[in-house]
Write a protein that binds this ligand. Structure first.
Ligand code: ADP
Ligand code: GN1
Ligand code: MG
Length: 375
């Protein structure tokens, strides 16, 4: 990947105190290249988070960084107002030596530097149900904190990001183009998608007719985008703010369930291990409603089970599309990685369909208990 000299030559363009001593890649995300970089200041060590922005995915770094900048500043003020510690609970970007928000290297790669949240960790799976309750609460809080953010200030960093109908359409277009000759291997997967095509425009349709409100949402609520405190195990900071855009609360809820309430990993090769853990679903519903419940309209709550399934289906379609396109979007670690991920997502969709009534019951009960109203 990158040598120490290469990383140092990138870092030389940022105004950082101390002497660069080393770096470690963080491999959690599927999109950007992320590194912890370490500086020595006298006997003290100071860390920063260096990230190469994936400009195939985020085509306009100026707009992206303008979003990140105003969202982080807004969150920072809110955190200070309630007596929190903005250094630990909010991200901010450190400028380049010429005062810019990001640095473009000689090969056109785009880099930014964030404050490193020390003494923290992220989870790729759930160790205890309480962790998932806290995750739901953290993303609910995030949405609540941004409730009065001026939505018109935000650029759409990836247009139609959670427009599931458009994602379906993109899949159909890729099938027609079939650039790698892979369509012949995925007939069963495509039939799974065709059978659900009429569900893909439910959420956008309900938004169009005014049943669901547009909010400022995170849109990528994977469990590993929350940093937890190593000492207290409490969530401290939400990261990966590149997709903060106008969206539906249901996108944030559904995507978190997709990743965190699965009984196995997103890329388990044995789909027998895939299922929806109803206990974890309940924990997340409760955490999310505890922080955001009062601000949701009932239609948003009623659709929590549907959105969980739809975000899982959408993600499965995106993995399938990328497999057909030749693995050009998501980072992959072996040839069929995207197809394996598609299989786990579709198996989870099928399990959610089987458990739909139970998911609804859990949602109704939690809403009644936490918000005091019937669905
Ligand atoms: P990607 O878009 O590729 O998912 P992320 O912004 O989510 O990139 O970063 C990848 C991982 O790096 C996160 O899942 C988290 O574990 C860790 N991380 C991100 N930002 C910070 C930070 N400021 N401090 C400490 N760890 C971080
Ligand atoms: C990507 O960046 P990361 O790894 O947190 C993707 C999400 C997908 C997810 C699937 C910008 O998230 O939309 O749900 O992979 N992010 C982008 O794991 O496309
Ligand atoms: Mg991430």
């Amino acid at each position: 990947m990158f040598t120490k000299e290469e990383i140092k030559s990138i870092l030389d363009n940022f105004a950082i105190a101390g002497t660069f001593s080393g770096f470690y890649p963080i491999d959690d995300g599927h999109i950007n290249d992320t590194f912890t970089v370490v500086y020595n200041i006298g006997r003290k060590e100071m860390r920063h988070l260096l990230q190469r922005i994936n400009t195939t995915v985020f085509k306009n770094p100026d707009e992206l960084m303008a979003n990140v900048d105003c969202v982080t500043a807004f969150l920072r003020d809110k955190i200070i107002a309630v007596g929190g510690d903005p250094e630990r609970e909010a991200l901010y970007c450190k400028p380049t030596r010429t005062g810019k928000k990001y640095y473009t290297d000689s090969e056109g790669r785009v880099w930014r530097l964030y404050n490193f949240i020390d003494n923290s960790y992220s989870n790729n799976s759930i160790e205890s149900p309480e962790v998932f309750f806290n995750a739901g609460k953290a993303f609910g809080d995030f949405q609540r904190l941004l409730a009065d953010f001026p939505i018109d200030k935000l650029y759409e960093t990836i247009p139609d990001f959670h427009n599931t109908g458009k994602r379906y359409r993109n899949l159909i277009n890729s099938v027609a183009a079939d650039p790698k000759g892979r369509v012949k291997y995925v007939q069963e997967e495509l039939n799974f998608c065709y059978a659900r095509r009429n569900e893909t425009y439910v959420l956008t349709g309900k938004t169009l007719i005014g049943d669901l409100p547009l909010r400022v949402t995170h849109n990528d609520t994977k469990l590993n985008n929350i940093l937890f405190d190593k000492t207290t195990d409490e969530p401290i900071c939400i990261v990966d703010l590149d997709t903060v855009m106008p969206g539906l609360s249901l996108y944030d809820f559904g995507d978190a369930i997709r990743f965190g309430a699965n009984t196995t990993t997103e890329d388990d090769k044995d789909i027998k291990n895939v299922s929806l853990d109803l206990g974890l679903y309940e924990q997340y519903v409760r955490g999310f409603l505890t922080s955001a419940g009062e601000s949701l309209v009932t239609e948003e709550v009623r659709l929590l089970p549907f959105a969980s399934k739809m975000m899982t289906f959408e993600c499965g379609m995106r993995f399938l599309t990328d497999y057909i396109d030749g693995d050009v979007y998501f980072k992959t670690h072996y040839p069929d990685h995207n197809l394996v991920r598609c299989h786990t997502q579709f198996a989870l969709v099928a399990d959610m369909e089987a458990k739909y009534d139970e998911m609804m019951k859990i949602t109704e009960n939690a809403y009644k208990e936490i918000c005091g109203s019937e669905l």
